[in-house]
Write a new protein. Sequence first.
Length: 580
Amino acid sequence: MNKHGLYSKAAQIIRSLPQERGTAEQMVAAAKNMKLGLKELELQNAGPLPTGKVTREQLAKHFEDNLPGIGITQYGENPRYTTNEEDKRRSELLARDQLSPEEEVEYNRLSQRHKSRPEAETSSYSEDDDYFDTADTNYEDYTIPGGKNYRERLLRLERPAGKPAQYYEVHTSHPDHAAFGQYETLDEAQLAADEFYDRHNGDYNTTTVKRRNPDTGSYRSSHWSDHPNVLAHIRMSDRMVGEDREDVQPIAEKISDYFDTGVRNLGSYAADKAADDGIITPEEAASFSRLMNFRLSKHFSRPGIGKKLLHVEELQSDWGQEGRDKGFSDPENPHEIFNTKTGEVLSRHPTHAEVWDAYRAIPEDQAENIDYRISKGPPKAPYVQNTQHWTDLALKNVLREAALGNYDGVVFTPGQAQADRYGLEKQVSRLQLIRDPAKNTFGTLHAWGTDGRKSFSEDVTDENHLGSLIGKEVAQKLLSAPRHEADPNFGQPAGAYAHHLDGEDLKVGGGGMKGYYDNIVPKSVMALAKQHDPNIKPGEPIDLKSDDGDYQGFHLPMTDKLKNSVLDKGFPAMRRGGAV
């Protein structure tokens, strides 16, 4: 199990085989014949199998070494996973010469919780306090009020050990030297380009082009441009339920009666004294001290009568979303011939020279609506090519976070809240699609911002392209809107017509958001949780109040069995939680 609680299922299966030694192909075939659950996805990701005779352990190690490397970047708060008492207990166990089996399990769990806290991004350093301030979050405005310790976590694809992050090629206009060389630095590539230019007396142009190793991806999201290769991001916070003023009022009355004074006159140690004297429970003391902000109370950071929930505000993969909309590119064949009307990619090629030759070879009677380009889609990478895969990756991290932080449960922002949060009507005031039968395009989309200014114009190739820009529901609504004759006063050609949506008409039901957050996410997280606690059931929905409305979020209770099993066993890295 790696530091993120993920392990290779393939390695586990290979180690269980009766065959001690053989070729990798023989062992893989044996595992498949025995139907031990070897996943094709992990076989593909592990790359070429070792050649010749290998041992079980060597082949298992091959799969472990080739698991996708995952890195974590976190903005915002970085709460501790362990209390001072738990840290003391861990130190006490560490100092012992021998531990019982039960104590060893306890020590391993405490060690994970002590060491697994991710490093938060830092923005500034205070020399006086010898302390790094955590970097500001980017999207805290898109949250439901009432949470604490808000943070944004990025799950990044890291390059395999020993492989270069990138290399540089020299590209030329010479017919026999379209591209040559793989240089570690830009300076080396530039020097080779200059020498080539001088050697040919300046007859052929040269350029240096940076290309990243295909194994690393090379994708940057518009939302997280500071970090490459973000597979998925999670926005989350801590939320207490059952510790509202209404819940704590009876406790306050007990303490007030005991000291024969008003609640406002109670001091920081009132809860401690009342708990020591048996008037209230330690849990009641914790909840009361937090509500009153009595930070000096010894119970302040201890469990109270309420439940501490990990609130997942959002799960998303910009990489996966963009690949789904545009198609994934092949780093080895970045040039493609495509249909300009449908966007369909007809063929892919490694160099400009080869795509140009293929384009010129298309018969003239078949060349209408055919063109060539460098692929606009993001590169292929593990997890992002399937929504279920990146969802499971993010949810495995969520469940591990909930286990490490000893949360009582996890609650998810529902689809309607997401739809209300990101509604198109909050970003634009008008959409217009102009369609001209005389033009060889599907139409031209224009958008006006909420300030009334035109903010966007783009030619649209088809209905799918339109849906990728404004959402499928809005696209269908726009195309169903009444037709209006084009207005020549606004530069619109005669014979063209337009569809438009304004104001309230831009609102839609958020079907995509609801389908994902109300169906896919609950089913996926339950499937993952049942791997550790088969008897687990969804909890009562959690009330979430916001300016947009009152919602109920899906609630997964974190049972002790679930938390302990997640820490002890982890999750298979390349295995789905369940078909959804």
